[in-house]
Design a protein around this ligand. Structure first.
Ligand SMILES: NC(=O)c1ccc[n+]([C@@H]2O[C@H](COP(=O)([O-])OP(=O)(O)OC[C@H]3O[C@@H](n4cnc5c(N)ncnc54)[C@H](O)[C@@H]3O)[C@@H](O)[C@H]2O)c1
Ligand SMILES: O=C(O)C(=O)C[C@]1(C(=O)O)C=C[C@@H](O)C=C1
Length: 366
């Protein structure tokens, strides 16, 4: 059977980071999108940046039914909004994209909503920023998109939910809602908590000391900038599953404290080595891009003058050389007018890229 694609119209309710990113991605594919938000400003910004047209234009055609409604509101109103959409458009399939899944399907079941036309989904892609201005149409490319089929789900509705994920470039993964919540407690919610706990230690620190921070601190605290309002809802809705992992963390932290209180005691070094090795083993299990096996990319750093247009020129030249960037990080060395562009590529491309960039006059550190 050939793959199902969306044709639209698609209604997106909630035009923040995720809803606007979905609108942008679908419009880019030629799927007509209509946007609704309780915040007139967020709706207008999403329309202005090309994520779709205002819902009023859709409703002007009385009796029009969307093919699909995407509920992209915060989790605590997702049940109300999805239940409302199922009633408002009695022939449309309704999906939500909230970060927790069990509570939403249970909420809809309790209300007696038509679960045949509802499918819970969750794109495992996002940013630490909120609102439509932070949206990106390519946010979902090659990222997992979980589809949680309930026993009541109609197969046609599930096909459309999967089409949403795959049309936006995501990799569709089918899970039961409870399995999903179990998994994200570890791979998404615990990282957020750990990052916030770490970053909160920085409050009140002398800024001269913080200026020494390298990538270690930046890598581990990026998501500590996430929206507290959204995360209070996510953590609250998945509390019982997250707390199981925090018990494990507590045990490890208590063990580490005991070891570091007596760092020269017999066995202390071995204990520290074990802790680091256990971390290495866990980190090595994280799959590489596109859900493939973990892959070690090769990194190089290019120094660029801190002038407008330099980074764009570098990226254009890497494109001309014909090497695919796997990842990119930008950094500034404190107090110098130079930027550092860290680039990761397939190991087999590394040496040729360095040689070609040096040939073109770039300063490359390896
Ligand atoms: N931020 C992420 O990284 C991420 C990733 C995957 C999934 N999600 C999920 O996506 C959903 C949206 O998250 P976001 O980051 O886009 O949040 P956001 O704050 O950027 O956007 C939410 C939008 O919903 C609107 N809204 C609130 N109540 C509404 C209602 N009753 N009706 C219509 N609009 C309403 C808000 O005005 C806002 O524009 C959440 O359920 C979240 O769990 C977030
Ligand atoms: O990259 C990020 O900013 C994210 O944290 C995105 C992230 C994640 O944990 O991967 C956060 C919460 C969402 O529910 C899905 C994706």
């Amino acid at each position: 059977m050939s793959a199902t694609h969306l044709h639209g119209p698609v209604v997106v309710i909630g035009t923040g980071l995720l809803g606007t990113s979905i609108g942008l991605g679908l419009e880019h594919r030629g799927v007509p999108v209509f946007l609704e938000d309780t915040s007139p400003t967020n709706q207008a910004v999403a329309v202005d940046i090309g994520a779709g047209r205002p819902i009023a234009e859709f409703e002007a055609d009385r009796g029009a039914q969307p093919e699909l409604v995407v509920v992209a509101t915060p989790p605590d109103v997702a049940v109300d909004v999805a239940a409302g959409a199922l009633q408002r458009w009695p022939r449309a399939v309704v999906v939500d994209i909230a970060s927790v899944k069990g509570a939403i399907v249970r909420g809809l079941r309790e209300r007696g909503s038509d679960l045949g036309r509802y499918v819970g989904t969750h794109p495992m892609a996002g940013r630490e920023k909120s609102g439509p201005v932070a949206a990106r149409g390519e946010l979902f490319t090659s990222m997992p998109w979980v589809v949680c089929t309930a026993p009541e789900s109609d197969p046609g509705a599930v096909r459309l939910a999967k089409a949403l994920g795959s049309d936006l470039g995501g990799i569709v993964v089918e899970l039961d809602a409870d399995e999903h919540d179990e998994a994200v407690a570890l791979v998404s919610h615990l990282p957020q908590v750990m990052s916030s706990l770490l970053a909160s230690r920085l409050q009140g620190t002398d800024l001269r000391l913080l200026a020494l921070a390298g990538n270690g601190l930046r890598d581990t605290t990026r998501i500590a900038a996430s929206d507290p309002g959204l995360w209070v809802q996510i953590l609250g809705a998945n509390a019982s599953k997250i707390v199981q992992h925090l018990y494990g963390v507590r045990e490890d932290v208590e063990r580490l404290i005991r070891t570091l209180e007596a760092p020269t005691a017999p066995g202390a070094r071995l204990d520290l080595a074990q802790l680091m090795t256990e971390g290495n083993a866990g980190q090595a299990r994280i799959p590489g891009k596109h859900g493939g096996p973990p892959q070690a990319f090769a990194w190089l750093t290019v120094l660029v003058d801190d002038r407008p247009g330099q980074i764009a020129r570098l990226l254009t030249e890497i494109g001309e050389i014909g090497v695919n960037l796997e990842d990119l990080r930008l950094d500034h060395s404190s107090g110098r007018n130079v930027g550092m562009v860290e680039i990761s590529v397939l190991p087999s491309k590394h040496d040729a890229l360095v040689a070609e960039l040096e040939e073109r006059g770039w300063r490359v550190l390896q």
